[in-house]
Structures are given as C-alpha cells and as structure tokens.
Design a protein around this ligand. Structure first.
Ligand SMILES: Cc1cc2nc3c(=O)[nH]c(=O)nc-3n(C[C@H](O)[C@H](O)[C@H](O)COP(=O)(O)O)c2cc1C
Length: 166
C-alpha cells in the first residue's frame, strides 16, 4: 500500500481477534524498528515482544484499566536506555523510541495488522511486569494483532489550524 494510504487508513484498534500473528510479520516490524533513526544513531533502546499469555497478563495488569488488553495476541513494549536530555531539552528516550514505534505502527498496518499506541501505564510496574533492567525506561506499549473492529476516523484539525507558513 502507498504510504499515504497506510496513514489515512490506520486507526487505533482496541478489539483484536485471537488469531496468532505470523513470525515473518513480527520480523518485518522489528526490521522497521531497527532501521529507524535515533539521536546520534545511538539506538539506545530495547523492544519487548510479549506473546506468552501469563506475561501478557502481567503487562495488562501494569496498564491497569484496559480489559481488552488481556486478550491481544502480541504486545510490543518500547523502552529507552539512553536517558539523555538533548540540546532541545527533550528526552532522547522518548523521541527515539517514539520514532521507532511509529515505524512499527506503519509496518504493522502494511502487514494488515492493527495497533494502538498506549502510554497509560505505570513505568515501574511495567518494568517489573517485563522483568526489565532498571536502566530500561518503558515509553510505549503497543498491542499488535488482527483487528476485530473498524473504528471510524477521528476528527483532526485542519492544516490551516496547525501549520504556520512563513
Ligand atoms: C502518545 C499517545 C498516547 C496514547 N495513549 C493511549 C492509551 O493509553 N490508551 C488508549 O486506548 N489509546 C491511547 N492512545 C491512542 C489515541 O487515543 C488515538 O491515537 C487518538 O484518539 C486518535 O485516534 P486514531 O489513532 O484512531 O486516529 C495514545 C496515542 C498517543 C499518540
């Protein structure tokens, strides 16, 4: 699919089929992540691919308020390990991991899979749920699977409201 088609058709999916996600699709998504840019090309990140049912339960517990998350086939969790403030005062973990996970989101869409960007979780609980290193800073969790819903597009601001031409 053309990139703009992928962007136009993507939705946040909060209801998934139980169908397993094929290994080659997961590998393609990880390759998209691997090739993402990062500040100084540091690639200070780790991505958990959670498929074990018990582990999915622990991750969903750490998110807390999403009953549907317990039933998804895969959850990706993107963690940063750099913990550096860039010159522009933004944290490179947040930016680097977010770019990589956006690449993942679009490659998942290309593979016919649904995703949902999720930031509502307690990072300490998430680290424990993953048995992650203290150094790993969970930035985003992203369920991955075949959509079992077709949400309508949510409204966006017009270009004239958000762009400043000068
Ligand atoms: C930074 C960020 C955090 C988000 N956190 C959550 C979340 O914790 N739970 C959730 O259900 N959706 C979450 N979303 C999804 C947004 O609600 C969704 O992208 C937005 O409503 C637009 O809908 P769309 O993605 O279908 O276009 C998050 C999205 C972003 C970008």
């Amino acid at each position: 699919m053309e990139l703009m088609d992928l962007i136009v058709k993507r939705r946040s999916i909060r209801k998934y089929k139980e169908t397993a996600v094929e290994e080659d699709k997961i590998q393609k998504i990880l390759e998209a992540i691997r090739l993402a840019p990062s500040a100084l090309n540091r690639q200070g990140w780790v991505f958990y691919v959670v498929r074990d049912r018990e582990r999915i339960q622990r991750v969903a517990d750490a998110a807390g308020i999403f009953p549907w998350l317990y039933r998804v086939p895969v959850i990706l969790v993107g963690c940063g390990t750099t913990h550096e403030c860039m010159t522009n005062k933004h944290n490179s973990d947040t930016v680097d991991v977010s770019i990589a996970m956006s690449f993942a989101m679009l490659e998942a869409q290309e593979q016919g899979l649904g995703t949902c960007w999720m930031a509502h979780f307690d990072p300490d609980k998430m680290r424990k749920a993953l048995d992650a290193d203290e150094n790993e800073n969970p930035v985003v969790l992203m369920p991955l699977g075949y959509a079992d819903e077709h949400p309508a597009a949510r409204k966006r601001k017009e270009i004239a409201e958000i762009a400043r031409f000068m």
